[in-house]
Design a protein around this ligand. Sequence first.
Ligand SMILES: Nc1ncnc2c1ncn2[C@@H]1O[C@H](COP(=O)(O)OP(=O)(O)OP(=O)(O)O)[C@@H](O)[C@H]1O
Ligand SMILES: [Mg+2]
Length: 443
Amino acid sequence: MIALEPGPPYAELRPEDVRELMDRQTAVLELIARAAPLAEVLTGILTSLEDLMPGARCSVLLLDHEHGTLHHGAAPSLPPAYVAAIDGIAIGEGAGSCGTAAALNAPVVATDVLTDVRWVRYRDIAVAAGLRSCWSTPIDGGDGRPVGTFAVYHSRPHGPSSREQLLVDRFTHLASIAIGHAHLLEDGRARLEAETARRTAEELSHAKSELLAAVGHEARTPIQAIVGFAELLGTMDLDEARRREALAHIGAAAGHVMDLLSDVLDMSRLEANALPLGREPVLVRDVVVEVLGLLSTKAAQRRVTLEHHLGDEVVLADRRRLRQVVLNLVANAIRHGHTGGRVEVRVGPSDADAVVVLVDDDGPGIPSDLLGWIFTPFARGAAPRCTPTAAADEGAQEESIGLGLGLAHGLARAMGGDLDVARSGPSGTSMRLLLPRADAVGA
Ligand SMILES: Nc1ncnc2c1ncn2[C@@H]1O[C@H](COP(=O)(O)OP(=O)(O)OP(=O)(O)O)[C@@H](O)[C@H]1O
Ligand SMILES: [Mg+2]
């Protein structure tokens, strides 16, 4: 904190100056304390000084140590053309008052720029801007090196009085505090950003390892089955019926690995925003009818009744991907609902811009511990799952991967829609898919 007592050396100041100085200083320190941007704090400092020194126009230039150049931090009353001409000036003796003050780390007073040798190169722009005198003081960076310069211009030849010197000293010191504080904040922010980036990278790497482990685990069982049945096929005394059976098991297990891999690939492309998606008007009814046809055998195997109430809504979507989403929802309802249950698909308007597809079942509901992360890859219930060998049997429940809803959710969103659980409990589940209506988007 800056001690500011009305005794010496402030004896040079009028009592009203001291009061004014205290008030202005407090206002600036409040700006610094609430981490206002540096340009705003510097502008506050400069306008305060200009109010206390009528006729003076002030600026702060910040020193870029790496390039040895000065750049405007604030110059509220200087003509923009002059500010632009001076910005980026290289420091050195003969570089006006500020360039010289920064190079020598000492105050430089040019009482008249027309006669001052350090102003030869900048004389014309200064005079064009109505500036005749310039007094520049280095701003101390706390380590003995300047962090910038504090300039006071007048429109007439002018040398500083001792009152002005005291005022400029105080405000230069305030500027030094403001710049130091801004650097500290910047360092803190940079450290925080680096720390956040490090943590995010760690979390991503952890998530990637988990995903790889899950994929590896998923793939191992069917691949072991393929290897086992392939060995069996190598046995010479295998009869024709057993040979066919082994081939069927191999086919089913290989199909499962293929599904797993294509789902994982789609998932990673979706996450990278790199899944190519078409956008065409699609009559939702057609897609639902196709899906119900594809799943009719599975439904029959589980004695599930399929019902539908379909309007003639047209959506903007990628037809193949829309089928994939609806297929997953209806397959889930059949697979995770009750044997002998009922599944119903309804299509209708949601609002002026969207169409809703509801897939309802009367099954046991999504396990409550899964509800919160149902769209996370590899989330799945603990319901008994079948081995790939059993999956090859007609009528057996097929292997569950736990990627379907994650993919469906990602696809729905990528197509400009959404997917959520409208309701799930002991009396059944209702999944709600929203899609952009084609006429609403001008298709
Ligand atoms: N209609 C439903 N009723 C009850 N539980 C459901 C329903 N739909 C999904 N679930 C639960 O959510 C889990 C995740 O579903 P998801 O579709 O992502 O994977 P999955 O069906 O297990 O495997 P797949 O990757 O083959 O789709 C399921 O394992 C199941 O426990
Ligand atoms: Mg599924």
